[in-house]
Write a protein that binds this ligand. Structure first.
Ligand code: 4NP
Length: 162
């Protein structure tokens, strides 16, 4: 792994359920491997509906249940994020389409060259390409999302640590 800090932005629709949880789970997994100082993580939403809000209480609850403390405040993703982050991780195919539209189809070789990837590309278990949106369901959906994100963050760290 290169010596510079790798900056990772996790992106979902509202930035109150999946992506703040992904940010917290990723940093907790990095810290448990002694790699916390090698990574910088943040999260954002493709929509601004919840900008300025803390994570959904169900997100905070499932994180706390697994010992993960969330500190993020919702914000909308911006074009500048493609310059500031090395890797932009979309939770689902709709998020990826929104990110590609925002960036435009000709990423430059330098300043806006962040790699856009799908979170579930790093899931060691085969399944849907999407992290399901738990917003309109119950607590069990948040627990399911937590387990998916835990697997994917492990896979992502394996990949980045290569
Ligand atoms: P997230 O979930 O994209 O995982 O944060 C959602 C949060 C809010 C809404 C939809 C999905 N919403 O429609 O307000």
């Amino acid at each position: 792994m290169s010596s510079h800090t790798v900056s990772v932005l996790f992106v979902c629709l509202g930035n109150i359920c999946r992506s703040p949880l992904a940010e917290g789970v990723f940093m907790a997994a990095a810290e448990s491997r002694g790699l916390g100082s090698r990574f910088n993580a943040d999260s954002a939403g493709t929509a601004a509906y919840h900008s300025g809000e803390p994570p959904d209480p169900r997100t905070t609850a499932v994180a706390a249940h697994h010992g993960v403390h969330l500190t993020s405040v919702a914000r909308q993703v911006t074009r500048r994020d493609f310059e500031r982050f090395d890797l932009v991780v979309a939770m689902d195919r709709s998020n990826r389409r929104s990110l590609e539209r925002l960036r435009g189809h000709r990423p430059g070789p330098g300043s806006d060259a962040a790699r856009i990837v799908m979170m579930r590309d790093f899931d060691p278990d085969l399944g849907s390409p999407d992290v399901p949106d738990p917003y309109y369901g119950g607590a069990e959906g948040f627990e399911r999302v937590y387990r998916i994100l835990e697997r994917c963050c492990g896979g992502l760290l394996d990949d980045l640590a290569d």
